[in-house]
Design a protein. Structure first.
Lengths: 249, 293
């Protein structure tokens, strides 16, 4: 949403996480994870349930403070910064468990974020534009509390976009959608990266979507990064196959 | 006889406007921001006491007391907010309940300033400079202006930037923060606005009733009454507190004239129960729902 359309891929580094560790009691949810993402780049974050993907997102977006390691964004150190500060810096995220503002309309939900950079009237226009872009135009004035799960997921996306982020952290936004909705979403996500120049990190179980979208895939298992690289290479990696299907030994 | 009759009803009209204004100030915090404070009488009592002390002890204009009261209560709002904003829902409400109780103890014991339990009588010297008037009509106009001022602020806020931010914080604080909202600041701003308006109500009360003692301004009953009127009228709507006060304040006045004491409270309680059961969204909220269906 910000800046002019940029060339696909080959952007400059926007976010870098180095050696992130987060423990919950005896469990190491995120263990020495490093990761970088550039503008216009789409990174797929995959791994079995409980691998630490959402915990990693929570660290990158300020919900969780890491026990060690650092996060830099746009050349600034933002390790341990609050959610508010991360959002203002340009980190937009969706929640896996959708969290709409239920007493507001779809339009108002998105306006809340658009007000970060625009006065009221401009925020209203901007919000309507974003709502239409994610395909929710007909639902603009509907109360968010009355939406179906599918629409709530789209609203999450619209809310993440509303703050005009430089990076989008998408937490399983395709889960529960049907095939045609998934295809629409794939086009949408691609346009964010290639037309708007946003960096995207997406947690996704839908491997078809990851394979067709991601420039790079990062695989987590038990909190550790076990593989990173081109999608085609990563899915053939024996360590990844073992993590998903179980190893022989 | 007719003058007495007239005064009686004028007094009910004045109190209806005053209660609507106080409840409207609470509605900003509780109705929009979800900050269900039960400590409003702390702001009310401090506004009243500072006005009375500045005027009677130092012989200065009560208008100066009004300004001092606004400063002190907004300052107190910041102090109160610090520990209480960490608490959610009922825990926040219970924590705020402490402040009027503490203030009542202070007012009872800090006799040099407050004259303790015997209270402060304010000498009757009518004039605009003293904000004391011979005619109740003048008070009615002032109370009406105060009520409309609170209504205007609420309208302005309703669906404006601050209103949207408050509703966002009330609905889901994590979502609000991820939209870049500084949630603590938003809650603090509305609490300060609410405290200042409530202190103005205290100033009005002092110069209208011309007598203060600790229970008459710091009582928990006042905090509860302030909340009830908005709940009955319609939480989170600009008109709600006014409608609530228009229904309940005259009812309370008429009941106390005809019944007094126990039966009055019983009937008042039944009316409250009926309102909450029949119109859980308040009168304004329920009427809106009817119109939509």
């Amino acid at each position: 949403m910000t800046g002019t359309p940029t060339q696909a891929a080959a952007g400059k580094e926007l976010m870098r996480a180095s050696g992130l560790v987060r423990r919950f009691g005896g469990l190491v949810a995120v263990n020495e994870v490093s990761l970088s993402v550039a503008t216009s780049e789409i990174v797929g974050l995959i791994g079995p349930n409980g691998a630490g993907k959402t915990s990693l997102f929570n660290i990158l977006s300020g919900q969780l403070k890491p026990d060690s390691g650092s996060v830099s964004f746009s050349g600034k150190d933002i390790t341990g910064a609050s959610v508010t500060i991360c959002a203002r810096a340009g980190i937009g995220r969706t929640f896996q468990i959708v969290k709409p503002l239920t007493s507001l309309t779809v339009h108002e939900n998105v306006m809340v974020g658009a007000l970060l950079h625009h006065p009221l009237a401009a925020a209203r226009d901007k919000a309507a534009e974003i709502v239409r872009r994610v395909g929710m135009g007909p639902l603009l004035e509907r109360p968010a509390g009355s939406l179906t799960l599918e629409s709530r997921k789209r609203l999450e996306l619209a809310r993440a976009l509303s703050i005009e982020p430089k990076i989008l952290l998408l937490d399983e936004i395709l889960a529960g959608l049907n095939a045609s909705e998934i295809n629409e979403s794939i086009h949408l996500i691609r346009s964010f990266a290639h037309e708007d120049g946003l960096a995207v990190i997406m947690i996704e179980h839908n491997l078809h979507a990851v394979m067709s979208l991601a420039d790079k895939v990062v695989v987590l298992d038990y909190g550790r990064k076990i593989a990173e690289g081109k999608p085609e290479a990563v899915v053939r990696d024996p360590a990844v196959v073992a993590a998903y299907l179980g190893s022989d030994d | 006889m007719s003058a007495l009759f007239n005064d009686y009803y004028l007094n009910i009209a004045v109190m209806t406007c005053l209660w609507a204004a106080l409840s409207g100030a609470w509605n900003l915090m509780a109705g929009y921001g979800g900050l269900v404070s039960l400590g409003q009488s702390a702001f009310f009592g401090i506004g009243a006491y500072i006005t009375a002390i500045v005027y009677t002890k130092y012989g200065l204009s009560p208008w100066l007391g009004l300004i001092a009261g606004i400063f002190v209560t907004t300052g107190l709002a910041v102090v109160i907010s610090w520990p209480c904003f960490r608490l959610r829902g009922a825990f926040f409400s219970l924590a705020t309940l402490v402040f009027p109780i503490a203030m009542e103890i202070v007012a009872n014991n800090w006799s040099d300033f407050t004259r303790g339990p015997s209270g402060i009588a304010i000498p009757f010297r009518p004039g605009l400079d003293t904000f004391i008037f011979s005619s109740r009509w003048a008070y009615l106009i002032a109370a009406f202006v105060l009520m409309m001022m609170v209504y205007g602020i609420t309208r302005w806020m309703h669906r404006g930037k601050l209103g949207l931010y408050l509703i966002a914080v009330r609905d889901d604080e994590a979502t609000a923060a991820s939209a870049g909202i500084n949630t603590v600041k938003v809650k603090l701003v509305v609490t300060m606005i609410s405290a200042a308006l409530t202190a103005v109500g205290g100033f009005f009360y002092a110069q209208y009733i011309l007598f203060l003692d600790p229970p008459s301004v710091f009582s928990i009953d006042i905090s509860v009454q302030i909340a009830l009127l908005s709940i009955i009228g319609g939480l989170g709507t600009p008109l709600g507190p006014i409608v609530g006060s228009l229904v309940m304040t005259p009812l309370d006045g008429v009941l106390s004239q005809f019944f007094g004491g126990g039966p009055r409270l019983l009937i008042y309680g039944v009316a409250l129960l009926a309102a909450v059961l029949l119109a859980p969204k308040g009168i304004v909220g329920t009427m809106k729902a009817w119109r939509r269906s």
